[in-house]
Design a protein around this ligand. Sequence first.
Ligand SMILES: Cc1cc2nc3c(=O)[nH]c(=O)nc-3n(C[C@H](O)[C@H](O)[C@H](O)COP(=O)(O)O)c2cc1C
Length: 305
Amino acid sequence: MQAKLSVNIGKLKLKNPVMVASGTFGYAEEFKAFLNLKELGAVVTKTITLRPRQGNLPPRTCETPSGMLNSIGLENPGLEVFIQEKFPLLKKTGIPIIISIASEDDPEEFVTLARRLDKIKEVAAIELNISCPNIRGKPHLISQDTHSTYEVVNRVRRVTEKTLITKLSPNVTDITEIAQAAEAGGTDAVSLVNTLTGMSIDINTRKPKIASATAGLSGPAIRPVAVRMVNEVYKKIKIPIIGMGGIIDTLSALEFFIAGATAISVGTANFINPKVSIEIIKGLQDYLIENNLKDINPLIGSLKA
Ligand SMILES: Cc1cc2nc3c(=O)[nH]c(=O)nc-3n(C[C@H](O)[C@H](O)[C@H](O)COP(=O)(O)O)c2cc1C
């Protein structure tokens, strides 16, 4: 017997609820030697911007207890090169491809990017990255303000009927207010969490270990924060949640479903074990069978508080 793993996110029908998180799987090409991409529920691409970005100066990553810091700074080839050079391979996989987009400093760029992507049939969904903590000179993120979140989501909503996912930051006082603003703006789903802002110091040089001083913390170290936030948001909104933050195996993925996530994304763990997402898909199947569940959907938000 096989349990049903398929879930819906807006118009998107996923054969299983396991995706790979933006920025941790490149444009899939980098991983095709390690796993059968066709088995994944979906791929979320590295965030792209309108123009190419070189990203931040090195060092841009360092290991921390049960996690890592990164300050890549949205390095990407820009929209048109992405479409010409990176998208063809992604398209060939036949699985849903979710394109993550961001703007350096102009919310109107989200609209321009979405308009262009809207014309490409094989783009399954658009993820609005309004929560990248690593853009220099930006004291506040869009996702740290309810009004700005509503505005960006709503402006993009008006130019595309593709499934719209809005990625939220954990670096806020109350993430539920931001999730509600995104829902009001017309997003089909929210994804959470992006990285937590952190800092690590080299005690010999007394300098930050990352050139940009602060950076985004990811990996198992942030998992309890992410699970808490998914559960808080689940209680306040009606649209689906894509949960992420420190998922490294089936057990950690299950926490997110029980907390309220309809699907999950695997990030930092891809760097340790590129096959981990496929292992989680099999592990979820086994868990459902062992627990006499025919379908993953009843597990979603089944937390006994
Ligand atoms: C090296 C690195 C690069 C990332 N780049 C992006 C990005 O371009 N866009 C984005 O939305 N999130 C980016 N993220 C955040 C992840 O998608 C994810 O939200 C976060 O790392 C938490 O999940 P994890 O603990 O499983 O890694 C990046 C994370 C890492 C570690």
